[in-house]
Design a protein around this ligand. Structure first.
Ligand code: GDP
Ligand code: GDP
Length: 459
């Protein structure tokens, strides 16, 4: 399971600066969703080969009053769910009473905590940081988040022991892409494709509270043969339910905490963003549910942003489509266009979990999305498509030389990644990169998943 790192500290110490640095995506093509540039608090981080979820808890200073108390409680809830806390302080302003109050909270919670003294750039770091030892939380790590100094060290230190305990495998060096590529043949692709047939599709059902996740899960399980109904794990984890549908195996990742039917009266586990994020990470396909009666809320967009960042395949279900008037339906549809129009790859379904309307079609899209996301394509096919794209639309000149595309191969699945080799390809303008991405999308009939095209210089 992917670890969760919470950034904690009073306002202005540099949490969002660090957050942005950690979550800056490796590939601008995928991250480029202008509809979602608003503030994010949850992100998926890649650093130094590690992958983790990072949560910016917002500012807490331990002396909240009124409305602040509620916000502080939310931060505390995030801390509760985190595996590791990075407690940021400001090396320039020195130790404050708020820092002390936060440290007190963290000590009581017995969370694995690392004290970070941020903004050490341009000051005498060692002497400025010495006083933070008084927080009684052990070593003080020096960082200048704005410059990126000390960030990698800190994360490596915080996550390394964790990586082992969690069986987390480093995902290799970022630069490791130029290892020698073997030709991936049609036969290889066919054999892998066959093997995939027998793997279950991991489907995460997510959405903010009350959109109908439990109702839908029960509806699906009521209709299908449940292979085994696993006992739930800890409260912060989703329940994994193996099931079969149309001859295909699934593992439903149930974030709503639907229990055995004999236990329906048990209190439903409360909504947890982190639980949802972990479910997304662990899935092949995400089913995002929104409520037709509420329209698209900030929280929906927040979850959506995370799904997009994760690269998972996505199907959107607008639920509670029963018993609403046509004018409301029209309004919802135009709102979807306006707010979700920028996601051009996901199918949108209008369903009623309560009555079961549209649920069957939902699974057709889930299957389509899964197949698009995992489909094996040979090197020769990907190269052929690249060639056709190049013939259709020549790459522009860069530095007075025509960019030449040489060959393409698969760089990963779920999401599909195509790596295009050639000379000076990294310098291609974004418009051409986007053209290539769309060309691949159309040629491979990719639906329900984002697709990435990466460019690599040389052969
Ligand atoms: P937050 O409220 O904890 O999220 O803090 P921000 O990330 O918004 O940072 C507060 C201010 O500190 C901003 O003006 C940042 O540019 C600045 N800042 C953040 N990190 C550093 C750093 O490493 N060095 C310096 N000198 N300033 C920083
Ligand atoms: P969850 O918090 O996302 O698991 O949402 P629930 O499944 O508990 O549903 C919240 C409320 O919405 C309940 O009162 C459900 O009966 C109701 N609900 C769920 N799906 C539908 C639907 O398709 N139509 C209508 N009218 N109500 C629904």
């Amino acid at each position: 399971m992917i670890p969760v790192v919470a950034l904690v500290g009073r306002p202005n110490v540099g949490k969002s600066t660090l957050f942005n640095r950690l979550t800056r995506t490796r590939d601008a093509l995928v991250a480029d969703y202008p509809g979602l540039t608003r503030d994010r608090k949850y992100g998926r981080a890649h650093l130094s080969g590690y992958e983790f979820i990072v949560v910016d808890t917002g500012g807490i200073d331990g002396t909240e009053e009124g409305i602040e108390v509620h916000m502080a409680e939310q931060s505390m809830a995030a801390i509760e769910e985190a595996d590791v806390v990075l407690f940021l302080t400001d090396a320039r302003s020195g130790l404050t009473a708020s820092d002390q109050a936060i440290a007190e909270h963290l000590r009581r919670r017995e969370k694995t905590t690392f004290v970070v003294a941020n903004k050490v750039d341009g000051i005498d770091a060692d002497s400025a940081c010495a006083e933070f030892w008084a927080l009684g939380l052990g070593e003080v790590y020096q960082m200048a988040a704005a410059q990126g100094r000390g960030v990698t060290n800190m994360i490596e230190y915080a996550l390394a022991p964790y990586a082992e305990a969690l069986g987390l495998v480093r995902d290799g060096d970022e630069e490791g892409e130029d290892e020698e590529e073997k030709e991936y043949t049609e036969e290889d692709a066919e054999a892998d494709q066959k093997r995939l047939q027998d793997l279950p599709i991991k489907l995460a059902i997510i959405g903010k509270p009350n959109v109908g996740k439990s109702t839908l899960t029960n509806r699906i399980l009521g209709e299908e043969r449940v292979v085994v109904y696993d006992e739930p794990g800890t409260t912060r984890d989703s329940i994994y339910i193996p099931m079969e549908r149309d001859g295909r195996e699934y593992i439903l990742i149930d974030t709503a905490g639907v229990r055995r039917r004999s236990k329906v009266n048990e209190t439903v586990e409360k909504f947890s963003v982190i639980k949802t994020l972990k479910a997304v990470e662990d899935s092949n396909v995400v089913l995002l549910i929104v409520d037709a009666r509420e329209g698209i809320a900030e929280q929906d967009l927040g979850l959506l942003g995370f799904v997009l960042n994760s690269g998972r395949a996505l199907v959107i279900a607008v639920n509670k489509w029963d018993g609403i008037d046509q004018d409301i339906k029209d309004r919802v549809k135009s709102e979807l266009d306006r707010r979700l129009g920028f996601i051009d790859f996901a199918r949108i379904h209008f369903i009623s979990a309560l009555h079961g309307t549209g649920v069957g079609h939902l699974f057709e899209s889930v299957q389509e999305a899964y197949e698009s996301a995992t489909r094996r394509v040979s090197t020769s096919m990907l190269t052929r498509i690249m060639q056709m794209a190049q013939d259709d639309h020549q790459p522009p000149m860069v530095n007075g030389r025509r960019v030449k595309l040489k060959y393409a191969h698969a760089g990963g699945y779920n999401p599909p990644i195509v790596v295009v080799h050639g000379n000076q390809v990294k310098k291609l303008p974004d418009s051409y990169k986007r053209f290539m991405m769309n060309y691949y999308r159309r040629s491979l009939k990719v639906m329900g998943t984002p697709i990435q095209v990466r460019f690599q210089d040389g052969d």
